[in-house]
Write a protein that binds this ligand. Structure first.
Ligand SMILES: [Zn+2]
Length: 239
C-alpha cells in the first residue's frame, strides 16, 4: 500500500473513531497533510463523519480549492485546515470538533488546563479564539482564509485551541496523534467541570507536562488507536 492509500484509510478510520467516541456528531472534521505534496491536504467532502468512505476524501490546496474541479461540495470550514498547515510545517493532521464538554470553557473565564496525566497532551493551557474580536458578528464558522489564518495565529505552536461558542481545533504529527489529543481534550474538559465542583484543582506542573509529552511514542498511540478503531468497526493498519 502506498503512502497516499495509507493516509486515506487512516482518515476514514479517524472519522469513524471520532464519531464513535462522541468527539464529532453530524458535524466536525479531520484532515491530513498530503504525504507526497505538503502544499495539499486531504479532507472528506461535506458529510457526517460516521458515514465517510474512502471515495469521499478530496485533495485540496492550502487555500481550500479542490484539485478535482468536479469534486463534491466541501465543508465550509475547510479553511481551518489549510491555514494551520500553512503556518505549522510540523502538523500533519487537524481535527475540528464541537464536542460538548469543551464549549463551557470557551464562553467563561475558566481556563481549560490538564490535571490528568493522559491530558498533558492538550498543552499547558488551552487558549480561546473569539471570532468576534476581529470579524464582529458572524455565523461563528471559519468561512475563509482570513479567519483560518487568524485562528492559526492564536494557536501558535500549541496543540489545541478552543473557539468561543463553537468548539475546538486540535493538531497532531499524525492522524493517530491528532485523534488521541482530541479525545483527551474532551475527557479533560469533562473531568475539569467535575473537579471544579469539588474544590480547588491541583493541575499538572509545567515540568510534568513536558515529561509526559516527551514520552508519548507510537506504542502508546497505536495501543489506543487499535482499541478505538476496532470499537468503531474498523481494522488497524500496520504503520
Ligand atoms: Zn465548526
Amino acid at each position: 500500500m502506498g503512502k497516499l492509500d495509507f493516509v486515506i484509510e487512516e482518515l476514514v478510520t479517524a472519522n469513524r473513531v471520532l464519531a464513535n467516541e462522541g468527539i464529532v456528531d453530524s458535524f466536525g472534521h479531520v484532515s491530513a497533510r498530503h504525504p507526497d505534496k505538503p502544499e495539499h491536504y486531504l479532507l472528506s467532502r461535506a458529510r457526517a463523519p460516521e458515514r465517510i468512505e474512502r471515495s469521499d476524501i478530496v485533495e485540496y490546496t492550502l487555500a481550500g480549492e479542490a484539485i478535482d474541479t468536479n469534486a463534491p461540495a466541501p465543508y465550509v470550514e475547510r479553511f481551518i485546515h489549510g491555514a494551520i498547515y500553512e503556518a505549522r510545517p510540523d502538523v500533519h493532521a487537524v481535527v475540528h470538533n464541537h464536542s460538548p464538554s469543551v464549549i463551557p470553557f470557551g464562553v467563561t473565564p475558566k481556563k481549560l488546563r490538564p490535571f490528568l496525566h493522559m491530558c498533558a497532551h492538550i498543552g499547558h493551557e488551552v487558549p480561546t479564539w473569539d471570532s468576534r474580536d476581529k470579524f464582529g458578528d458572524t455565523t461563528l464558522l471559519v468561512s475563509d482564509m482570513d479567519m483560518g489564518r487568524d485562528l492559526a495565529r492564536l494557536l501558535g505552536s500549541r496543540p489545541t485551541t478552543l473557539m468561543r461558542g463553537h468548539g475546538a481545533t486540535v493538531v497532531g504529527r499524525s492522524v493517530r496523534h491528532a485523534v488521541f489529543v482530541a479525545i483527551y481534550l474532551e475527557v479533560g474538559a469533562k473531568l475539569q467541570m467535575q473537579a471544579m465542583a469539588l474544590g480547588e484543582i491541583k493541575f499538572l506542573s509545567a515540568g510534568e507536562i513536558e515529561q509526559i509529552v516527551g514520552r508519548l511514542n507510537d506504542y502508546t498511540l497505536d495501543r489506543a488507536w487499535e482499541n478505538w478503531a476496532r470499537r468503531a468497526g474498523r481494522d488497524m493498519q500496520k504503520s
